[in-house]
Design a binder for this molecule. Structure first.
Ligand code: ATP
Length: 214
């Protein structure tokens, strides 16, 4: 039997993708020894407003960003669906393509993790994956009682010790780069430079297509 693959999943609107996403993803991939870390652009995010730029442009920018950057890859399955981007659907469709013993790690910022009880079929997520929570020094969200109960039942202190295809939760500490897509959109709308906040290839794409200009 082949060794289990270790695959990380990092979803987002990526409107646009920036060095905060990329550096964070790369650090997690290296720390966890992942075979792949898939960036998964969401089509119609159920939890937030519609992205400013269309799905195909957001996808193209993420593709530009990960050229020559294994193990980072792009998975566009959420853009292929007509429905809203529910993580449970993504996990089920991934699971259908993988060996049963392959390990999936869903990577969530602490804020996103705190919102988990609002997600569609959230109590089924751990049937398909482990959850890695990126803890941030500046986090100010609080876990609800049901999440605290879940943590008490399912958390493991060492993320490197998570075994099996899924079912547990662990934390990774990471100092985030203070960059957000909101800040980048605002700079561009005001005619300011975003050089060094996004990869040069992404900047070239933004310029070539006149994206985010005010
Ligand atoms: P926006 O400003 O439009 O809300 P964003 O910069 O937060 O966007 P998203 O595409 O919404 O980007 O985020 C996707 C994922 O990337 C989320 O899990 C989010 O927590 C994480 N993320 C965003 N910015 C950073 C950063 N600077 N460092 C590490 N992770 C980040």
């Amino acid at each position: 039997m082949a060794n289990p693959k270790r695959i990380g999943l990092f979803g987002g609107t990526f409107d646009p993708v920036h060095i905060g996403h990329l550096r964070g993803a790369l650090e997690v991939a290296e720390f966890m020894g992942l075979d792949e870390l898939r960036l998964i652009p969401s089509a119609r995010p159920p939890h937030r407003e519609t992205p400013l730029v269309g799905a195909l442009d957001r996808l193209a920018m993420v593709e530009q960003a990960v050229v020559d950057l294994p193990p980072l890859q792009v998975d566009d399955r959420e853009l292929q669906r007509e429905k809203p981007s529910y993580s449970i659907d993504t996990l089920e469709s991934l699971r259908a393509e993988l060996a049963a013993h392959d390990q999936l790690f869903l990577i969530l910022g602490w804020d996103a993790f705190c919102g988990l009880p609002g997600w569609h079929r959230w109590d089924e997520l751990l049937q398909h994956c482990h959850i890695l929570v990126l803890q941030r020094p500046d986090a100010d969200s609080e876990a609800s009682e049901e999440l605290r109960n879940l943590l008490a039942a399912r958390s493991a202190s060492d993320p490197l010790a998570l075994n099996g295809p899924g079912g547990q939760i662990s934390f990774i500490w990471q100092t985030p780069l203070a960059v957000s897509a909101t800040q980048i959109r605002s700079l561009l709308a005001n005619g300011r430079s975003v050089r060094f906040l996004v990869p040069d290839a992404v900047l070239a794409y933004i310029n070539a297509h006149g994206l985010y200009r005010g």
